[in-house]
Design a protein around this ligand. Structure first.
Ligand SMILES: Nc1ncnc2c1ncn2[C@@H]1O[C@H](COP(=O)(O)OP(=O)(O)OP(=O)(O)O)[C@@H](O)[C@H]1O
Ligand SMILES: [Mg+2]
Length: 335
């Protein structure tokens, strides 16, 4: 196991496209880091630079004490799990698990020990002699993780490993990955564009926007104190309401802000509330309902209990201390 350090890392692709710039991350030994951000923000590029599948244009990547910029992928002591698990279709599960070790000349008893151990951890023992086509999607994904586990690497790198699975299975597998990482304590970097997956898996999140880090923090730090309007709108579902302060000039303390942020769950119905919202649409979620409307010409969403009474307009208050203020130009947090 090992720490991973990214120091001023950047990537400029042939043709001059900058995909990543000035990325600094110190990942502790055993930590679970999630890189999260919208499509095209540079998540895979960053991960592939750590893996050695892309050259590093700027800065240094260290795994443990070793600078790996010029070290071949096979010699970096990492194992990667991709979205398309790419199992060998003509090999049994057992052969799929053993293949990489065999290629490295690992002694046979050692291969058998590691395959048995991975099968035990992932509960795929009963499928060891089946071909991948005779497995469900979730079972295949487990085999793909098994191939990473048998390597006993210093770090796991995951690139959207669950995006081929249906919604329910994603939730199950998400938990399995989390438990697995807790158990093995292997340093992990996990890439996803799904903020909920990021929140639930990460020890710390790295929120990326256009190749740059917007914020690094624990899921709750990032949720409670988003550093920018970008992070505020990306982390949390339903997304934080971001409203021009000119639309709510009467709220106390907002004089210097360009944008006011209020999470839908921090708004409450109150006869004396300072915000009057015209209701436009209601979405029922079961225990809760999302009420969408507008105030001062700006869109607003409120999370209410499904028992709450509805009308064409609602007077709203917000929980004390729940306002987020951001600068007008760059949308940086004001504290
Ligand atoms: N081989 C390449 N040559 C030139 N530009 C590339 C190359 N690969 C990726 N890019 C560009 O680099 C940027 C980052 O791409 P990357 O694949 O890292 O994004 P991502 O965050 O993983 O997105 P997604 O969520 O869609 O997978 C994008 O603008 C992309 O078009
Ligand atoms: Mg990607």
């Amino acid at each position: 196991m090992a720490s991973i350090t990214l120091d001023k890392v950047g990537k400029i692709y042939a043709g001059g496209t900058r995909a990543v710039g000035d990325v600094n991350i110190d990942i502790a030994d055993g930590e679970f880091i999630v890189l999260v951000g919208p499509s095209g923000c540079g998540k895979s590029t960053l991960l592939r630079m750590v893996a050695g599948l892309e050259s590093i244009s700027e800065g240094t990547v260290r795994i443990g004490d070793r600078v790996v910029n010029d070290i071949e992928p096979a010699d970096r002591d990492i194992a990667m799990v991709f979205q398309n698990y790419a199992l060998y279709p003509h090999m049994s599960v057992r052969q799929n698990l053993a293949y990489g070790l065999k290629n490295r000349g690992t002694p046979k008893p050692e291969i058998e020990r590691r395959v048995a151990e991975a099968a035990e951890i992932l509960q795929i023992g009963p499928f060891l002699d089946r071909k991948p086509r005779a497995l469900s999607g979730g079972q295949r994904q487990r085999v793909a993780m098994g191939r990473a586990i048998v390597r006993e690497p210093a770090a796991f790198l995951f690139d959207e490993p669950l995006s081929n699975l249906d919604a329910k299975l994603r939730v199950t597998m998400r938990l399995e990955i989390k438990e697995l990482q807790r158990r093995l304590r292997t340093t992990s970097i996990y890439v996803t564009h799904d903020q909920l997956e990021a929140m639930t898996l990460a020890d710390r999140l790295v929120v990326l926007n256009a190749g740059r880090i917007e914020q690094i923090g624990t899921p709750l730090e990032v949720y409670r104190k988003p550093a920018s309007t970008f992070v505020a709108s990306f982390i949390g579902s339903p997304a934080m309401n971001l409203i021009s302060s000119t639309a709510l000039p009467h709220l106390p303390g907002v004089a210097h802000a360009g944008t006011i942020g209020i999470r839908p769950e921090d708004l409450t119905v109150s006869a004396t509330g300072p915000i009057l919202m015209d209701v436009l649409a209601v979405e029922e979620l079961g225990a809760q309902r999302l009420v969408h409307g507008q105030t001062g010409g700006e869109r607003l969403t409120v999370t209410l209990s499904s028992n709450a009474e509805l009308s064409d307009s609602l007077r709203l208050d917000y929980r004390p201390g729940s306002l987020h203020l951001f600068t007008a130009g760059e949308g940086r947090r004001i504290d």
